[in-house]
Design a protein around this ligand. Structure first.
Ligand SMILES: *Cc1c(COP(=O)(O)O)cnc(C)c1O
Length: 409
């Protein structure tokens, strides 16, 4: 090892030690310290290059430090960054119009993090239930699903089925009922006059890239419509191109009453999330009902506007569909003693390992050695979700390495 390599190795160790010493221990990252990113690639402090196959859980669909997004951020940072919603700003109105025109909804409510947007959708559904459906908010119920992931607030983790997300964080809010994911019959049986909404991920991301059986979302659409309940789709991870469509629910030709967006809405530069709905639902909110100091700020709005334009103008959604099909086909052709199945849609794959394979973490560590960054989910699923700017050549590069790692004993 030459002098500079040992120095940067020491620097990596020091940076990890700093987080361990002064940061809260609520994460267990891989031992890699990143300092630079461009497109699908990131570099660690030792100068080693990796392909980012996690893309910050799909927040970085547009690729790291996309030049157009950096320019939009920089330009707006010099003009105006935060006004609060006590005043109007010149970026929010245009963002609302552009996202409505793109998605087909008539109103947009901006927030910051994904969890906040889910909370907003829950409040919206409840107020709609009370004022439009006449179900008192003390009695209304929202149907949710096993292995769901909607964020980390106390209300949301209260209906998680993942023990660690809940344990020690109660007491929890009521008003939710958990049903098996992918089972439309169970929803039909559970729907009653108190059911005001069904909250569902069209594809479960944290659950391990779980694609529901064909016809499931369409069945939920029919059931909710017939029973006068709202269909609320959490598209924070599955949306904005990840699954090969603007929204994953489009694969079943449906349109929910409420769609929740986040993550790639700002392409990794700045947190922007929000809720989309039509007038009949969104108009139950009155001034003062809900808000956020940073929600709808001009800096975030300018970045989100550009992030949406990049998604459309660079053909990233079509690319996700086309290259995603290629990725899944190549993954399915890998002969490996460890792989049980491959699932996914668009540029989003879950490599499900056999129970005896010893968990996904060791494979993620081996892939890191090969220059690929990804993260296990659900113990034995390797999730692959590269930025949508990935090229076929980049994918071939990654597939060669994946093959090598999966074929080892
Ligand atoms: C990531 C995610 C969230 C939470 O988003 P945060 O920005 O981390 O709060 C909610 N729902 C889904 C489906 C997600 O993947």
């Amino acid at each position: 090892m030459d002098q500079s390599t040992t120095t940067s190795t020491r620097r990596a160790a020091e940076l990890i030690a700093l987080e361990e010493r002064y940061g809260a221990h609520n994460y267990h990252p891989l031992d890699v310290v990143l300092e630079r990113g461009e497109g699908v690639w990131v570099w660690d402090v030792e100068g080693k290059r990796y392909m980012d196959c996690l893309a910050a859980y799909s927040a970085v669909n547009q690729g790291h430090c996309h030049p157009r997004l950096v320019a939009a951020l920089e330009k707006q940072a010099h003009r105006l960054t935060l006004t609060s919603r006590a005043f109007y700003n010149d970026q929010l109105g245009p963002l609302c119009r552009e996202i409505c025109e793109l998605t087909g909804f008539t109103r947009f409510l901006p927030m910051n993090s994904g969890a906040e947007a889910v909370e907003t959708a829950i409040k919206l559904a409840r107020k709609w239930g009370q004022t439009v459906r006449g179900v008192p908010d003390t009695e209304s119920r929202i149907l949710v699903f096993d292995e769901n992931f909607h964020g980390r607030t106390t209300t949301i983790v209260g209906f998680s089925t993942h023990a660690q997300y809940r344990e020690g964080f109660g007491p929890f809010a009521g008003g939710f009922r958990i049903l098996p994911y992918g089972d439309a019959e169970a929803v039909a049986a559970a729907m009653d006059e108190k059911t005001i909404a069904v909250l569902v991920e069209p594809i479960q991301g944290e659950g391990g890239v779980v694609v529901p059986p064909e016809g499931y979302l369409a069945a939920l659409r029919d059931l909710t419509r017939a029973r006068g309940a709202l269909l609320v789709c959490d598209e924070i991870q599955s949306g904005l191109g990840r699954a090969g469509k603007l929204f994953a629910y489009e694969h079943e030709g449906i349109r929910p009453d409420v769609a929740i967006v986040g993550k790639a809405l700002s392409g990794g530069l700045y947190p922007v999330s929000g809720v989309l709905a039509d007038d009949a639902v969104m108009d139950v909110f009155r001034p003062g009902d809900h808000g956020s100091t940073y929600g709808g700020n001009p800096l975030g709005a300018a970045v989100a506007r550009e992030a949406l334009r990049v998604l459309v103008e660079e053909g990233l959604i079509e690319s996700s569909a086309r290259l995603g099909a290629y990725l899944l086909e190549r993954l399915r052709a890998i002969r490996s003693p460890h792989v049980e199945s491959i699932r996914g849609r668009g540029l989003w794959a879950g490599i499900v390992l056999r129970p005896e394979a010893g968990g996904a973490r060791r494979f993620c560590e081996a892939l890191r050695e090969e220059g690929i960054l990804c993260k296990e989910t659900q113990e034995r699923v390797i999730r692959l979700a590269p930025p949508l700017v990935v090229s076929r050549q980049d994918l071939d590069w990654a597939l060669e390495r994946l093959e090598r790692v999966l074929q080892r004993p």
